[in-house]
Structures are given as C-alpha cells and as structure tokens.
Design a binder for this molecule. Structure first.
Ligand SMILES: NC(=O)c1ccc[n+]([C@@H]2O[C@H](COP(=O)([O-])OP(=O)(O)OC[C@H]3O[C@@H](n4cnc5c(N)ncnc54)[C@H](OP(=O)(O)O)[C@@H]3O)[C@@H](O)[C@H]2O)c1
Length: 273
C-alpha cells in the first residue's frame, strides 16, 4: 500500500530553496518522491541545490513578478505538472519602529512576504491546479501572533500572509488545499542574529528544550503537502518547540532559563506558601 505521506510522481515548486528551511523542505519533498523546481536569488546557490537534489532551478527574486511567471513555466515545461507550491522565501527586513522605517523598504517586505506568494499561487492555479488540484503551503512565523520592538514590518506582513492563507483556502477549495506552517526560532542564517551566542539560554526556556532545526519544519510541510492532510485546509500548523505555551513551562534549571523571571515571580506570588 502506498503511504499517504508519499509524493511519488508529484512536482513541487519551493521558493527560497537554496538554504535554510527551504532547502530542508526541498530535500524532504524529494525523499518523499517528488521532483522539485527551486528558486533563490544567488545563481550559484541555486545550481548547488539542484546538483544535490535533482530537479530544476531558476535564479531570481520572488519580488520580481516576471520571475514568478518564468518559474511556473519552467516547472510545467520540465515536468508537465505542478502539484505542490511552498511559498518559503521571505525577508525579516527592515528592522525598526514602523514610524522610522523607510516606506519603500516596508513596501518591499510586503512584496516579498505577501504579494509574491499571492502572485505565485495565481500562476500555478491558472497553469495547473485549477483543473488538476494541488496543495499550497505558506511559511509564516510563530511571531505573527505577537507584537514586538523593531520587527513591525516583518510581523505585519507575515500576519497578512496568515490571513491570505485562510482567504485562499476558501477561494480555491475544493481543488486546492492552502495551509501554513509557522516556525518558532530555527537554526538558519536569517535567524542567526537571534540564536548565536544565546542558544543555550533560549533552549532552556523552551518546553521542548531546544531551538528548531530546518528539518523540523520540513516534516510539517511534507505532511501538509501530502494526502495524509487531505482534509486539512486553511490551517496554520505551529512548529515552535512549545514557544507559544512557554509561559506555562517551568524549566528544571529555572534559575538560568529564559523564564527564570517568571518562576521568581511565581514563587513570590500571593497565595504561595
Ligand atoms: N529561521 C527562523 O527562525 C524562522 C522563523 C519563522 C519563520 N521563518 C520563515 O522561514 C522562511 C525561510 O527562512 P530561513 O530562516 O530559512 O531563511 P534563510 O536561511 O535566510 O534562507 C532564505 C532562503 O530564501 C531565499 N530568498 C530570500 N529572499 C528571496 C527573494 N526575494 N527571492 C527569492 N529567494 C529569496 C534565500 O536565497 P537568496 O538569498 O540567494 O535569495 C534562501 O534560499 C522565511 O519565510 C522566514 O520568514 C524563519
């Protein structure tokens, strides 16, 4: 019997497939039996990923509408079908208070994080999925559920992507399922400035005791892309090591953990004996 997780004969487009989460997603899709079409801006990195994984690649920015059309054509011309689209490429720039950041750079964040996924869905819908069906997975972020200093453009654009996921899930059903995965902190270049030097402290405060690896996210994406998730659409799958529920977690070595402040507060809270 074929596993419902298998993707034999399927074809997937993965944006930002040259490193980090996208590279792990592409690898996991290939291991599940799919052929992949990748994109990223650095041509050498795209070439390397294609050499390692097979499939095809096209260098360019998802912020360029023409590139998205060419990418869709390449996948269809090469493989004759497009079953899965993973909108993974994203930017966490510009940093800063929303009142201070350059409006053009703010606009760029929305172009890459929201407009590009929408345009690419439109391309694959028209080229293949409206007739034959398929599955779309958008990579959002656990952070889209919070506000925070300096990451307003990122958070706002990812929150829009979350909404877009649900909107498209309704519009494209029943042919196409549209879901998202929201990662917590994952060991990639984009997030290096967060975990480098602080990883142990962050891990101690996380209920599952470690930061994420790209493969943690890739497994969730493959599940959502596969028939195993055949009755799932419009969902956001949080893959965050328990970040969201961290406030209820008391680390064994709470004195050194991120939530050490919380445990100190609890131990002196009214009603504690
Ligand atoms: N790492 C985390 O902790 C974390 C947490 C939550 C959500 N996420 C999300 O996960 C996704 C992947 O992030 P990551 O951490 O894996 O980042 P990463 O390691 O920096 O990798 C990003 C990938 O996307 C490509 N890329 C970036 N901008 C692009 C553009 N405009 N057009 C085409 N490709 C582009 C990069 O290649 P080029 O530079 O060559 O273009 C690279 O292949 C993002 O959407 C991010 O928001 C990450």
């Amino acid at each position: 019997m074929t596993s419902p997780y298998a993707l034999e004969g399927r074809v997937a487009i993965v944006t930002g497939g040259s490193r980090g989460i996208g590279r792990a997603v592409a690898g996991a899709l290939v291991r599940a039996g799919a052929r992949v079409c990748l994109t990223a801006r650095d041509p050498a990195a795209v070439r390397r990923a294609v050499e390692e994984l097979g499939g095809v690649g096209l260098a360019g920015s998802v912020g360029d509408p023409a590139h998205l059309g060419e990418l869709t054509e390449l996948a269809l011309r090469t493989f004759g079908r497009i079953d899965v689209l993973v909108n993974n490429a994203g930017t966490n720039q510009p940093y800063g208070a929303l009142m201070d950041v350059d409006p053009d750079r703010r606009h760029e964040a929305f172009t890459v994080n929201v407009e590009a996924p929408l345009r690419l869905v439109q391309h694959v819908w028209r080229a293949w999925m409206s007739e034959h069906g398929g599955s779309v997975v958008n990579i959002c972020t656990e952070g889209a559920g919070h506000v925070g200093p300096k990451v307003g453009a990122y958070g706002t654009s990812k929150a829009a992507l979350l909404h877009l996921t649900r909107q498209l899930a309704g519009e494209l059903a029943p042919k196409v399922r549209v879901n998202s995965v929201s990662p917590g902190l994952v060991r990639t270049e984009m997030a290096r400035f967060v975990w480098e030097g602080t990883e142990d402290a962050i891990a101690t405060g996380l209920p599952l005791g470690r930061i994420g690896e790209p493969e943690d996210i890739a497994r969730a994406v493959v599940w959502l892309a596969s028939e195993a998730a055949g009755w799932v659409t419009g969902a956001d799958l949080l893959v965050d090591g328990g970040t969201r529920v961290g406030a209820a977690y008391v680390p064994e070595s709470s004195a050194s953990g991120t939530y050490g402040v919380h445990s100190r507060l609890r131990s002196s809270a009214p009603g504690n004996s």
